[in-house]
Design a protein around this ligand. Structure first.
Ligand SMILES: [Fe+2]
Ligand SMILES: [Fe+2]
Length: 256
């Protein structure tokens, strides 16, 4: 994994979030929309505000692997970028006259799940949230008429696309060690957890989605397409890597 690329990426990119200027206009959304969108963004704000303690604990356990040299530093910077998202979303909640949350049931389940198995599962749960965020911030940036919401949603969407590549790089390193049968098992459970999460989020954020003129079914369909796209890129890399490896596991020489 090219961890140095990610370290440089996060170092340059997160700085932009701290200084992101928001349009200096008061919120003019209709009251029902404002309330629904503020509540929904407050839930995502809480999700982005973790300190990364669990993730850092897990990454410590693989810090000595040669192929993941520098991963710990990259994860620290990744966590800092997520915290910059929390700060941006907190500014939006204030702009929308909403209330920041300390606790919320979907966020509690999400945190509990991340601790269930191991680092790979922790990353997978994070990744599930990021795939959902791709749909959510994409819709906010396109369908919410408030300029401040659009500005933040566009920036976070761009960052989350980077996070998806970062997680894909890591999962590729870990999954390529597994047999094709175990990779298939991993795929099924990932798809199941992602699909269940999309159902829960579509229901919990239904008022916000209604304000954006998106049905829960449309949200789930968009989420499924994002999952397919992520997974097919990951599988393409895995099968390309497998084709460079002989049946005995030793690398074949690459053609020049
Ligand atoms: Fe984020
Ligand atoms: Fe992220």
């Amino acid at each position: 994994m090219n961890t140095q690329h990610w370290i440089s990426h996060f170092e340059a990119n997160t700085r932009l979030n701290h200084a992101l200027p928001l349009p200096d206009t008061a919120c003019t959304l209709p009251e029902l929309d404002r309330v629904a969108i503020a509540r929904s963004i407050a839930i995502f704000q809480l999700g982005e505000s973790g300190g990364g303690t669990r993730l850092r604990r897990y990454t410590h356990s693989i810090a000595s692997l040669e192929c993941l040299k520098g991963y710990q530093r990259a994860v620290d910077l990744f966590v800092a970028e997520e915290q910059s998202h929390a700060a941006l979303l907190a500014r939006l909640v204030t702009h929308l006259h909403g209330t920041l949350l300390q606790k919320q049931w979907t966020n509690s389940i999400f945190r509990w799940m991340r601790d269930l198995v191991n680092l790979e599962f922790n990353i997978q749960v994070l990744l599930t949230a990021e795939l959902i965020a791709e749909v959510y911030f994409g819709l906010l940036s396109l369908r919410c008429s408030d300029p401040a919401v659009q500005t933040v949603a566009k920036k976070i969407l761009r960052d989350e696309m980077g996070h998806l590549s970062f997680q894909r790089d890591f999962l590729f390193e870990r999954l390529k060690e597994l047999t094709p049968a175990v990779q298939r098992l991993w795929r099924w459970q990932f798809q199941f957890i992602h699909s269940a999460t999309a159902w829960v989020v579509a229901w919990d954020h239904r008022d916000c989605l209604r304000s954006l003129k998106v049905t829960p079914a449309d949200f789930r369909a968009r989420a499924a397409r994002c999952w397919e796209s992520f997974q097919s890129r990951l599988e393409k890399r895995l099968s390309a890597d497998a084709s460079w490896t002989s049946p005995t596991g030793s690398p074949l020489s690459r053609p020049t």
